[in-house]
Design a protein around this ligand. Structure first.
Ligand code: AMP
Length: 396
């Protein structure tokens, strides 16, 4: 359980409350193409409105690199949040984020009003956790709420720096839910506990593999990561993704799994093609590939093996696709895993990023127990790291 004060432990009536949300949503031509993060922020915001707080929202969006970039303005988010909340979210357009416009908007607030500040990354101090911007943000409020799980693995002004200058810093419901699901899975899982790791690189998931081998009953590996393990086992992997520097590491992990009695599952067959192209002719390979072939998905036998392996699971954590799921012809492995998770009677947790996108795109979103709003943050949590954005909140 998270030992941090939450929005349930404070009284915000008549107070100015700064809420760090994660409104970092994908935009296309000014339109929000996936609003899951906005929807996920609603419970905390509604609670603070109902309690009579003056609710000041802030977030980053994309990477404006410390200067105003109109295409990364949060204005479209203010408009959509007004609809989702059923009340006006006043957008405090302000190139300094906390400049004259923002201050005037906050000064005009009544209890229960909502204001959204401009993209916090318009300020170059934001990602450096600089003092001036941290103080600016703190000057707007009496209470700070951090509900941005997606940024919790970073120490920035708007989630960490600001807490040094306010007396009360608590977490919101989304943060609490994310940590409860991931924390319970990792530290107190109902067994069998199965982790599924995919995606492109072993190197980005080294610590996760290592940490999870201490916790899980079964570890399933797919995606581009699998070819470094295949090479380590003595197979040729052609033009597949390969991190030659991590072959020794792959061997160590295989050994660690043996020592710990963890069932480590690697692909037994692979869908290969000669080009990285959805329409490239493909074939299924067991064992070594030809020099001009590359693996783009797990094969049919592996799909069955992995589906079987999760059947009796009681807790499953999944991070990373099983193949190049963006191309329909190489999405079968990822679909099979998503289907398998949708069918079982278990706590199913999808780490953010690509696996969350895949599950939502394939229409299995509501079949999962929890889909994390944070890719990098959920990975760092699975690595066993403390998240600075969480650590900065007041203890219970
Ligand atoms: P990551 O960001 O490390 O979770 O990786 C996600 C990406 O891995 C997705 O864009 C997938 O297309 C890619 N991926 C998965 N399997 C493969 C593969 N066999 N070859 C190349 N890329 C892959």
């Amino acid at each position: 359980m998270l030992n941090k004060k939450s929005v349930d432990d404070i009284n915000v009536k008549g107070k100015k409350v700064l809420v760090r949300c994660d409104f970092n949503v994908p935009l296309q031509d000014g339109k929000i193409t996936d609003e899951n993060r906005l929807v996920a922020s609603l419970p905390t915001i509604k609670k603070l409105i109902a309690d009579g707080g003056k609710v000041i929202l802030c977030s980053h969006l994309g990477k404006p690199k410390g200067e105003p970039k109109p295409e990364l303005s949060l204005a479209p988010v203010a408009a959509r949040m007004s609809e989702l909340l059923g009340q006006e979210v006043v957008f405090a357009a302000d190139p300094e984020v906390v400049g004259p416009n923002a201050k005037a908007a906050v000064a005009a607030m009544k209890d229960g009003d909502v204001v959204l500040l401009e993209n916090t990354r318009y300020r170059k101090e934001e990602t450096k956790n600089g003092e001036a911007f941290s103080k600016d943000l703190a000057s707007l409020c009496e209470v700070f709420v951090n509900d941005a799980f997606g940024t919790a693995h970073r120490a920035h002004c708007s989630n960490v720096g600001v807490t040094q200058y306010v007396d009360t810093a608590v977490v919101g419901y989304l943060m609490q839910k994310e940590i409860d699901f991931l924390g319970n899975a990792v530290n107190n899982p109902e067994r069998p506990f199965v982790a599924i790791l995919g995606g492109s690189k072993v190197s980005s998931k080294i610590s996760v593999i290592n940490n999870l081998l201490d916790k899980v009953d079964t570890l399933i590996i797919g995606g581009g990561m699998a070819y470094t393990f295949a090479k380590a086992a003595g197979f040729e992997v052609g033009k597949s993704l390969l991190e030659a520097d991590y072959i020794d590491y792959a061997n160590e992990m295989v050994q660690k799994a043996k020592d710990k009695g963890v069932n480590l599952l690697l692909p037994v067959d692979t869908v290969v093609a000669k080009e990285f192209n959805n329409d490239a002719p493909s074939r299924v390979v067991e064992g070594s590939m030809e020099p001009d072939e590359m693996g783009l998905d797990i094969g049919p036998k592996t799909r069955e093996l992995y589906k079987d392996a999760v059947k009796s699971a009681k807790t499953v954590v999944w991070n990373g696709p099983m193949g190049v799921f963006e191309m329909p012809n190489f999405a079968k492995g990822t679909i099979a895993v998503a289907e398998a998770l949708a069918e079982i009677d278990a706590t199913t947790i999808i780490g953010g990023g690509d696996s969350a996108a895949a599950v939502n795109q394939l229409g299995f979103g509501d079949k999962m127990s929890h889909i994390s709003t944070g890719g990098g943050a959920s990975l760092e949590f699975l690595e066993g790291k403390e998240l600075p954005g969480v650590a900065a909140a007041n203890d219970k």
